[in-house]
Design a protein around this ligand. Structure first.
Ligand SMILES: NC(=O)c1ccc[n+]([C@@H]2O[C@H](COP(=O)([O-])OP(=O)(O)OC[C@H]3O[C@@H](n4cnc5c(N)ncnc54)[C@H](OP(=O)(O)O)[C@@H]3O)[C@@H](O)[C@H]2O)c1
Length: 351
């Protein structure tokens, strides 16, 4: 480590940990976590490969999802890329990275809309022709600069960052495209964020209520969506186990750390140049940021385990709320009710 970096790391360790209620706080936390060293999981070996395995990835058109797709294709996976944009160039670029049987097929989806998710599952079913998925990477996410309503009346960030994920996973399980199995548990890797630690959990009874926010409130709301996501991931990890604790579906979650992507594309124009400069100079590249996702999808060391959380390259417990089984049960019940309703609580039912 350079002397300047060492000095900055020492300073960062002495300062109180920044909270992520504002964009500035989130950037400060991302930088602190990049500077302060932590014990790392082992790197993936070249022979930890995915030949013959089918992996679905959401949000593979850009940033971390695109880098993950390239890394998994290079390890031989047959990839199904669920994207809103990037047709056909993203599929072509990922196919070019494929080695030894790896391939990529693109499927359109807008994760802001439940009917689009249902249509994706129909098309995946037809494509898989009776075979099943070995892994699902739930990566798509965004940070809008203000609250917006989707067609069903949900707030956009709540919908894409949280509700789309249980909607998709439940549909894949119900259709038998993902089959829990104690001998060969499929993996589910959820891309969350360290910011999930920085907010108090809301009452699941309020799930799906429209929360209005503007540019200054969007990071706090983003953190809320990531707390929901991590709490749901850990609940799914607990739920899919045999009576003696072996996973039938191995559900892991992670934070890629501060990564230079288009995640802040919706930030106000006045702060964009500064944000871009900070990201370019100080944040990790998407290729580096993809590590925890690729690790959780491939690592043989995780066989027999579920509910693992990796932050950048360090395994650690996620926030206490995510370990709270009663909170998880209430969240699952509220999520199921919302998905059955198909519309935000303050909207007319769709059926
Ligand atoms: N970058 C970071 O510092 C950081 C830190 C912690 C966690 N994360 C998480 O990492 C994940 C990937 O983010 P990123 O940084 O790679 O950002 P990104 O470059 O903006 O990529 C986000 C991906 O999500 C997709 N997406 C957004 N809305 C969608 C929708 N309605 N339907 C379908 N796909 C949609 C985007 O598709 P389009 O290209 O079509 O918009 C894109 O493929 C997110 O879950 C994010 O919260 C990022």
């Amino acid at each position: 480590m350079s002397t300047l970096r060492q000095r900055l790391a020492g300073l960062a360790e002495r300062l109180p940990e920044p909270t992520t209620e504002t964009t500035l706080g989130a950037i400060a936390l991302g930088l602190r976590n990049r500077l302060v060293p932590a014990p790392e999981v082992p790197p993936l070996r070249p022979d930890e490969r995915l030949e013959g395995k089918t992996v679905l990835i959401t949000g593979a058109s850009a940033g971390i999802g695109f880098a993950v797709a390239q890394q998994l294709a290079a390890r031989g996976a047959r990839l199904l890329l669920a994207c809103r944009s990037g047709f056909p160039e993203v599929g072509d670029a990922v196919s070019a990275a494929a080695r030894h049987g790896g391939s990529a097929t693109m499927f359109h989806v807008d994760l802001a809309e439940l009917p689009s998710i249902a249509s994706l599952v129909d098309r995946l079913d037809a494509h898989l022709e009776g075979t099943t998925l070995d892994a699902v990477v739930l990566n798509a996410g965004l940070v809008p600069s203000r609250a917006r309503r989707t067609g069903a009346g949900f707030e956009l960030m709540f919908m894409v960052n949280y509700l789309a994920n249980p909607a998709l996973l439940n549909a894949l399980l119900e259709r038998g495209l993902l089959r829990p199995d104690a001998t060969r548990p499929p993996r589910v890797v959820v891309v969350s964020s360290e910011t999930h630690r920085s907010v108090e959990p809301r009452d699941p009874a309020e799930l799906g209520h429209f929360v209005d926010y503007g540019a200054t409130g969007s990071m706090a709301e983003y953190s809320q969506t990531k707390l929901l996501l991590s709490a749901w991931a850990m609940h799914e990890a607990r739920r899919h186990r045999t009576s003696d604790g072996r996973p039938t579906l191995a559900v892991h979650h992670c934070c890629p750390g501060a990564v230079a992507t288009k995640i802040a594309r919706d930030a106000p124009a006045v702060v964009q140049p500064a944000l871009d400069a900070v990201m370019r100079r100080l944040f990790a590249s998407p290729d580096e940021g993809a590590f925890p996702v690729t690790y959780l999808t491939c690592a043989e060391a995780l066989e027999g385990r579920t509910g693992v959380y990796v932050h950048v390259r360090t395994e650690k417990p996620s926030a206490p709320t995510t370990e709270d089984a009663r909170y998880g049960d209430a969240l699952r019940a509220a999520t199921t009710a919302l998905l059955e309703r198909g519309a935000a609580p303050d909207r007319e039912r769709t059926s």
